[in-house]
Design a protein around this ligand. Structure first.
Ligand SMILES: Cc1cc2nc3c(=O)[nH]c(=O)nc-3n(C[C@H](O)[C@H](O)[C@H](O)COP(=O)(O)OP(=O)(O)OC[C@H]3O[C@@H](n4cnc5c(N)ncnc54)[C@H](O)[C@@H]3O)c2cc1C
Length: 389
């Protein structure tokens, strides 16, 4: 295993200071290893995640070569040549486990933002002290955007949050963590080949969730109640102005509808599997409140906003992968982690094989399936095996 930094590098180097996992401690599991602390319903800080992953590496006795950056991967007759800054390796099979969130995914029109506005991404942002005094525009209202909006607003800076398609979830539902429901009702386990539009499902934004000791819900209603201003999706930046689309009401209605459908499915599961006595009565939540008016543009020249944070998602970095396995959009061509090149595999990508693949606890089942296919390939590399395993 080659790692350019240290074990748990992304949690050490690429996260903001206050971040906690949004998955509860009881859900933090890796193969043969799970959380065994005193607070199963709590949410790990980054220092705790680093400790958790590092302890797993010790327990698993994984042969990790740290401080070794892969600089290129090329095909050979028998497999792959992996060039690193500490020498080359040859292998018959290769598993790409380099992460799904190496780079911020930022729209091209970011270049049009005037240089007087300081720019951040969730990878460069650490805490509000980095930001200039004054207003902040946060683009994107998924897990990262809502969490940063809340923290930065509490620092005393006026926050404008640009909201596009989003996934609304309450932190708790009928007395249980919403992710307990996702797991118990089997939604996390839904397989990639059972999902109708897998490309769309893989691109869905992360849910509006935060892990706090209070188990608070952090939806748009919670944010506007504290004074955060909502605007529509940022459609472009032109002539020193940010232009927002006007469909907030529709965005909200859609997210509320989808949340209610999900809660309906939880209720149905509780009824069918006679779990009604384990949970509190059915709840429904106030629809997302639509602002009386929301600006359609913001003039960067007025000084109203001094910094911008692109919370518009992440993407993997495959700049070192010299094997033609990326599609036109730069996505890896794979079928459940079996990449479109012999002996090449991937793990740790959104919805790789199951809905839970995106999360730490999704790695175990995915790894078992991917390794099974890989072992079959090593045993018989010329067989035209079922690519998905
Ligand atoms: C902001 C944020 C919050 C998240 N919150 C949660 C959460 O609450 N719960 C949860 O379960 N999941 C969460 N996730 C998802 C989480 O990141 C994944 O579940 C998990 O980290 C995936 O692990 P991984 O090892 O596949 O990828 P990563 O953790 O990204 O690890 C990939 C490793 O590959 C190394 N690497 C990359 N390129 C190279 C190279 N060229 N050469 C050598 N090494 C390289 C990197 O240094 C890194 O250490 C979150 C993700 C983000 C971005």
């Amino acid at each position: 295993m080659l790692e350019r930094g240290e074990i748990a590098n992304s949690w050490r180097r690429e996260r903001w200071d206050s971040l906690r996992l949004l998955t509860p401690n009881w859900q933090s599991r890796l193969p043969g290893y799970c959380y065994d602390g005193v607070d199963p319903d709590g949410f790990m800080t980054m220092a705790e995640v680093v400790e958790f992953v590092s302890r797993f590496a010790d327990v698993a006795a994984a042969p990790v070569r740290t401080q070794t950056t892969v600089t290129s991967v090329t095909r050979t007759e028998t497999g792959y040549r992996v060039a690193t800054d500490r020498g080359d390796l040859e292998c018959r099979c290769l598993v790409l486990a380099s992460g799904a969130c190496n780079l911020p995914s930022v729209p091209a029109f970011q270049q049009e933002v005037p240089t007087s506005i300081e720019r951040f991404t969730p990878i460069s942002y650490r805490n509000p002290d980095q930001l200039p005094e004054g207003g902040v525009l946060i683009v994107g209202a998924s897990a990262t955007g809502v969490q940063l909006a809340s923290e930065i607003h509490r620092s005393g800076r006026p926050v404008t949050l640009s909201v596009g398609e989003h996934v609304r979830l309450p932190r708790t539902y009928r007395g249980r963590d919403v992710l307990w429901w996702m797991e118990a009702s089997g939604i996390w386990n839904q397989r990639y080949d059972e999902i109708e539009d897998i490309a769309r499902a893989r691109g869905l934004p992360s849910p509006q969730l935060v892990g706090t000791p209070e188990r608070a819900t952090l939806d748009l209603n919670a944010l506007t109640a504290t004074g955060v201003t909502l605007v529509g999706r940022l459609s472009t930046v032109r002539d020193g102005r940010a232009l927002f689309s006007g469909g907030l009401r529709n965005q909200f209605a859609l997210a509320d509808l989808k949340m209610d459908r999900l809660l309906d499915s939880f209720d149905e599961w509780a009824r069918v599997y006679a779990r009604e006595t384990d949970v509190d009565p059915v709840e429904r939540f106030e629809p997302t409140r639509v602002p009386v008016s929301s600006p359609l543009h913001l003039d960067f020249g007025t000084g109203q906003v001094r910094s911008i944070i692109w919370a518009t998602g992440y993407r993997p970095d495959y700049s070192w992968l010299d094997v033609p396995v990326l599609d036109r959009k730069g996505h890896l061509r794979h079928d459940g982690g079996v990449v479109d090149a012999p002996g090449l595999y991937a793990i740790g990508l959104p919805l790789l094989r199951r809905r839970k693949s995106t999360f730490i606890h999704g790695a175990e089942d995915d790894a078992r399936d991917v390794v099974e296919h890989l072992a079959g390939y090593l045993a018989n590399p010329t067989a035209d095996s079922d690519r998905s395993g």
